[in-house]
Design a protein around this ligand. Structure first.
Ligand SMILES: *Cc1c(COP(=O)(O)O)cnc(C)c1O
Length: 367
């Protein structure tokens, strides 16, 4: 029985390389790859992931300016697209050589004005179009405004035009997705017709890469696939989760029939039972929704359901039929017991649980 000392998140770089190779095998030779490392690299370690992949990819993307700053501080030199910058951070963004997604007239105006004040030339920017997600992005009828703004000076240079798919993993929404791709084509042709150079085009996230090979355009944006999830059982088989969340049995309790476990006595034992207390709680990213029998951990290869409420720093699990002792290793998720399955117990998805693992959990890098 493997022993353990504390809660750790292991990041396996071999699995990361495996996923990179698999994703690359789906791309044409000249298609560029942008790796999405927002949210601490989907809860892993953005710098470690970026540094490991840096030489084999073309671009990185983060959500916010400060995430890009962290990568620059750590020595990442590749271009970094900031998907959702706020004007208050534009000064920092420029100072750190980050590239903004410009998605509205207000944001374009503010960025263009600042760039002009700073007397920048050809500062790289990316124009985001809304083709159905209705989250961020210009609409087709904004093109004339954007182009007239760009053509006033040579401060900005459009490196890429992009959009985001609504349901690339859902083949029942294929008609909608193909229509998004068509709309994107129309918009970019119209846009490029009005400027005298050709920016890169991109629309695919991981499931777009896998399900819409004809829509890779000049570049794809891959996040979850590199972390080991393909949004379908079939694709998951080709990928390896890079993160394993492990912990340890801190204490074992023998509970008599009728005793309760945890806060508010949420669990009541119906017989003589055995529970294990594990040092991971909602402050580590295992939300309260996993409590009361929904979520589980794996000990000795067997499922131990969470009993009672999830505490801030601990969970208790039922180990009545598991032969284990204090100090034994506990797997919360990993390659065998996937985060996707654990997330599914609360109708959640891999993205949410892996990106929620808090910074309190020590990251261990396996090379
Ligand atoms: C997060 C994000 C991605 C990555 O999506 P995955 O499904 O993780 O590959 C790509 N593009 C945008 C705009 C995003 O916000």
């Amino acid at each position: 029985m493997p022993k353990a000392n504390e809660t750790i998140l292991e990041i396996n770089l071999k699995s990361l390389t495996h996923n990179l190779d698999f994703i690359k095998s789906k791309l044409k030779n000249n298609t560029k790859l942008m790796v999405v490392v927002k949210a601490f690299g989907y809860g892993s370690d953005a710098y470690v992931v970026a540094n490991h992949l840096q030489l084999n990819v073309d671009y990185f993307a983060v959500a916010y300016t400060n995430e890009g700053v962290t990568l620059r501080d750590a020595g990442i030199t590749k271009p970094i697209l900031v998907l959702h910058p706020q004007p208050i951070n534009f000064n920092t963004l420029i100072k750190r050589d980050l590239e903004p997604s410009l998605y509205s007239q207000k944001v374009l105006n503010e960025f263009a004005d600042l760039a002009k004040n700073k007397e920048l030339t050809d500062y790289p920017v990316h124009i985001k179009f809304n083709t159905g997600l209705n989250r961020l992005g210009f609409r087709e009828n904004d093109i004339d405004f954007i182009v007239s703004k760009l053509n006033q000076t040579n401060t900005l240079k459009v490196k890429s035009i992009f959009s985001h798919l609504v349901a690339s993993e859902d083949l029942e929404e294929q008609v909608f997705t193909l229509n998004q791709i068509k709309t994107f084509n129309t918009i970019s042709e119209n846009f490029i017709g009005k400027i005298d150079y050709k920016p890169m085009l991109h629309i695919c996230n991981t499931s777009g890469i896998l399900n819409y090979p004809d829509a890779h355009f000049d570049m794809v944006r891959c996040g979850i696939g590199l972390y080991g999830f393909g949004n379908s059982e079939k694709e998951n088989k080709n990928l390896k989760p890079i993160a394993t969340l492990k912990s340890v049995i801190s204490q074992i309790h023998n509970i008599k029939k009728g005793e309760t476990v945890g806060y508010n006595r949420a669990y009541r034992s119906s017989s003589q039972q055995k529970t294990a207390t594990i040092p991971i709680g909602h402050a580590d990213g295992i939300g309260r929704q996993y409590g009361n029998g929904k979520g589980f951990v794996t000990i000795e290869g067997r499922k131990a359901p969470i009993v009672g409420n999830v505490c801030m720093d601990m969970i208790m699990v039922n180990i009545t039929n598991i032969d284990c002792e204090e100090g034994d290793e506990v797997i919360i998720f990993g390659e065998q017991t996937s985060a996707e399955n654990l997330a599914a117990t609360t109708k959640s998805i891999s993205y949410e649980i892996i990106s929620a693992i808090s910074q309190r959990v020590k990251r261990i890098i396996l090379k």
